[in-house]
Design a protein around this ligand. Structure first.
Ligand SMILES: C[S@@+](CC[C@H](N)C(=O)[O-])C[C@H]1O[C@@H](n2cnc3c(N)ncnc32)[C@H](O)[C@@H]1O
Length: 459
């Protein structure tokens, strides 16, 4: 019987099977390069729970240009067609969606190989709350309901602008909606260097990049000739892993890194240094999930904006979560629905007058409430003089009221935690509950809300 090592060698020597999935990404990559896209040290790969993303294929240094997309490779709204179809006054999103639908959706479209690497309609049905049935949408936390209603209103407007041209060209609403969501999640703003106004465009290859919270993304910017992505830091997985290994109470030779068995073996032996081991294992599992034909790589991310998870969920259909549960620095738990109803009409008017009615939030990363919340709660606790002094200076007039404000909110949050737990129980008890993607996302978001509130109460 061949030894394990021999088996491994044999596997390594055989030609790696190229899946249809790899194939379409290779075809699209070649197309992009032929259209002037410059790709330096990254390639598309499946990333668990994120669809496809970009992984490094070699060490990349901070400041290296990873991608460059020339203007000529971008997909732009078809202005002639839009004028002809009297759609030139429709929203920029509707204009780009109609242009994309007619071009990408044409029977023998030359852009089919780009569309082949996009998510499918079924992916959107799972991830985008705007596609969920009303009975599932009901379980969205209240702060998500408002932006969702706005998004649905925008979509309905765009559909009413586009329906005539869709019918003329033989497209149905489901198809328009697909391209509308593609544009929603994969477009950029392009301002021609000497031209008139800008427009929404799609940029091949950059649209592979997944989102990371503030401070974790590459620098994506417009240059006169196109869009470029520049590395925000050094990406050198082996080097980074070696740094971690040096902090471990044992040593794993680097040539064993790709062999998950060696980690299991070491895991049994090691009782100390657990957190280093966890970091090491999660890095290793990233290797294991990455395209096995690629060199081990790190994912390069872009920051779509300093968005809370509520906003990311409505707009992009995902929420940020880390393996160890550390909250995203951009996330916030909106408190309007808890605080506004308990303020009397007078206090609401006073807050309105000074511009502090609504927009209340708790940051789960810093475990702090925002200044607006400080002001709103003090409006119920202080005299007018004390309150106005606090608004002007950010400090309490005589005695520090921070502890009182905290106690006030703790009572409010404790009550709300009961409601959150009931909602989560209901969600788990639904007949159709099956651990489906929407249910999993909802439970994750409610869990984040609960943990944020409980941390505030308990610290
Ligand atoms: C510009 S595309 C990025 C490429 C995409 N992952 C794909 O498979 O084609 C944006 C979409 O990627 C997914 N995405 C981006 N960042 C993510 C993240 N941090 N976690 C989970 N999904 C993410 C969301 O579905 C989002 O709408």
């Amino acid at each position: 019987m061949p030894t394990r090592a021999a088996k491994r060698k044999k596997v390594a020597q055989s030609t790696p099977a190229v899946s249809a999935e790899d194939d379409k990404h290779t075809t699209f990559t070649n197309w992009a390069v032929n259209h002037g896209v410059e790709i330096n040290g990254v390639k598309p790969a499946s990333i668990p729970d994120r669809g496809v993303g970009l992984l490094t294929t070699k060490p990349v240094k901070e400041g290296d240009r990873i991608l460059f997309i020339p203007e000529k490779a971008m997909f732009k709204p078809d202005t002639a067609l839009l004028r002809r179809e009297t759609l030139d006054r429709a929203s920029p999103q509707a204009q780009l969606a109609v242009s994309a639908m007619l071009k990408f959706g044409a029977k023998d479209s030359s852009l089919k190989l780009w569309q082949d690497v996009w998510p499918t309609g079924a992916d959107f049905e799972d991830s985008m709350p705007m596609c969920w049935p009303a009975s599932t949408q009901e379980f969205l936390p209240p702060p998500v309901q408002q932006p969702l209603a706005r998004q649905l209103a925008d979509y309905r407007n765009d559909w009413s602008s586009a329906r005539r041209v869709c019918a003329q060209h033989g497209f149905i609403e489901r198809e328009f909606k697909y391209y509308w969501m593609i544009v929603n999640s994969r477009s950029f703003h392009w301002k021609p260097p000497r031209g008139k106004g800008g427009s929404m465009v799609m940029c091949p290859f950059i649209d592979y990049m997944n989102h990371g919270p503030s401070g974790s993304g590459c620098n994506v910017s417009q240059s006169p000739k196109g869009y470029e992505v520049v590395a925000d830091r050094d990406y050198d997985t082996l080097h980074n892993l070696q740094k971690v290994i040096h902090h471990l109470p044992f040593y794993v030779p680097v040539h064993h890194l790709r062999n998950p068995d060696c980690i299991n073996m070491r895991n049994d032996q090691v009782s100390a240094g657990e957190s280093s081991l966890n970091i090491f294992q999660s890095s290793l599992s990233e290797f294991a999930h990455a395209d096995t034909t690629a060199e081990p790589g790190e994912e390069v991310l872009a920051t779509y904006g300093a968005h809370s998870n509520d906003k990311l969920l409505v707009h992009y259909g995902f929420i940020c979560s880390s393996k160890d549960g550390t909250p995203s620095p951009d996330d916030e738990i909106r408190l309007d629905q808890l605080i506004i109803p308990i303020l009397g009409a007078d206090i609401q008017n006073q807050l309105q007058d000074v511009g502090y009615l609504g927009g209340y939030a708790l940051s789960p990363a810093s475990n702090e409430i925002c200044f607006k919340t400080e002001v709103a709660v003090r409006a119920t606790l202080l005299t007018s003089n004390e309150w106005e002094y606090f608004i002007a200076s950010g400090e309490d007039l005589s005695v520090d009221k921070s502890a009182e404000v905290k106690r006030y909110l703790e009572t409010l949050f404790a009550e709300h935690c009961k409601h959150v737990k009931e909602t989560m129980e209901k969600l788990r008890g639904l007949d159709e509950y099956s651990g489906s993607a929407p249910h999993t996302t909802l439970l994750l978001r409610w869990t984040q809300v609960l943990e944020g509130l409980e941390t505030f109460i308990n610290t």
